[in-house]
Design a protein around this ligand. Structure first.
Ligand code: SF4
Length: 278
């Protein structure tokens, strides 16, 4: 988080637009919207200093419902778009939102490189283990034996992508998992993620009651992590690999130099135009 002079007195509702979300009743994404606006109010961030970037999918509608600057981009490119914005405007608090299909399949390549680049931004993935907007296909986080999609009636048959593990080996410096059934816990994680200097990744277990009604069971399965967050990647890897994916909290946090615009491209948009458009 850079260069934001807090504005006291802002409430979560001040970060919402008047647009009514079109999510299905009971969708976990409602809780993420609430947690995001509570986190912004807690941090008292001025609207004009925050940008919410997304790709495509049910959860990627989030920028329409938040009153900070927003950009609803193309499928899987939210992190690329956000990286460009952060390079040009390092003073902004950049939040990136999306789902498991958008972020780990179409945008999987960008996820790896955003983790290793360590730009100061927060990536919130609403993981419901399904493509909801296109009516229920298997995503990278769907279990291999899930047979409810007509496209994969025998199940996708391939091991699930483990987001926290991929983030760790790719170099993310803050990795957390939250649950939309615990909005206060999710808010706390988002505050910590936004305050973390560097790339912070928050996997929000976000049930899709329409296409994965069995996710009701998550309420009984989630639990807080038993140990304090570690900064040792080997310990973090062991914990993540031996976990069932239902423990919530900060899984890993370390501090390494944050990517600065002068390390790579020019932050001067005028110079960028000269390079790309002459
Ligand atoms: Fe939410 Fe699923 Fe409905 Fe999409 S399809 S809005 S993810 S409940």
């Amino acid at each position: 988080m850079h260069g934001n002079t807090p504005i006291t007195g802002l409430k979560p509702k001040d970060y919402k637009t008047g647009i009514k979300p079109v999510w299905c009743p009971g969708c976990g994404d409602f809780s993420v919207l609430s947690a995001v606006t509570k986190a912004l109010a807690h941090l008292a961030l001025p609207h004009q200093n925050v940008a919410m970037i997304s790709g495509i999918g049910c959860s990627s509608r989030l920028p329409a419902y938040t009153s900070v600057y927003g950009f609803h981009g193309v499928h899987g490119r939210a992190l690329a778009l956000a990286s460009g914005l952060k390079a040009a405007r390092p003073d902004l608090t950049v939040l990136v939102a999306g789902g498991d299909g958008d972020g780990f399949s179409i945008g999987g390549n960008h996820f790896l490189h955003a983790c290793r680049r360590n730009m100061d931004m927060t990536y919130i993935v609403m993981d419901n283990e399904v493509y909801g907007m296109t009516k229920g296909q298997a995503s990278p986080t769907t279990a291999p034996d899930w047979t409810q999609s007509k496209l994969t009636p025998h199940g996708p048959g391939v091991p699930q992508f483990i987001p926290a593990a991929i983030a760790l080996v790719s170099g993310a410096t803050f990795i957390a998992r939250g649950f939309t059934g615990n909005p206060n816990g999710l808010t706390k994680l988002l505050v910590e993620a936004i305050e973390h200097p560097g790339f912070s990744f928050v996997q929000a277990l976000s049930p899709c009651p329409t296409y994965r009604p069995e996710h009701k069971a998550w309420k009984k399965q989630v639990r807080p992590v038993e140990e304090e967050a570690t900064s040792d990647p080997i310990i973090a890897a062991q914990r993540i690999q031996t976990d069932d994916g239902m423990s919530t909290g900060v899984l890993y946090q370390t501090t390494v130099p944050v990517w600065q615009p002068e390390q790579g491209i020019s932050a001067d948009t005028g110079q960028l135009e000269e390079v790309f458009f002459v």
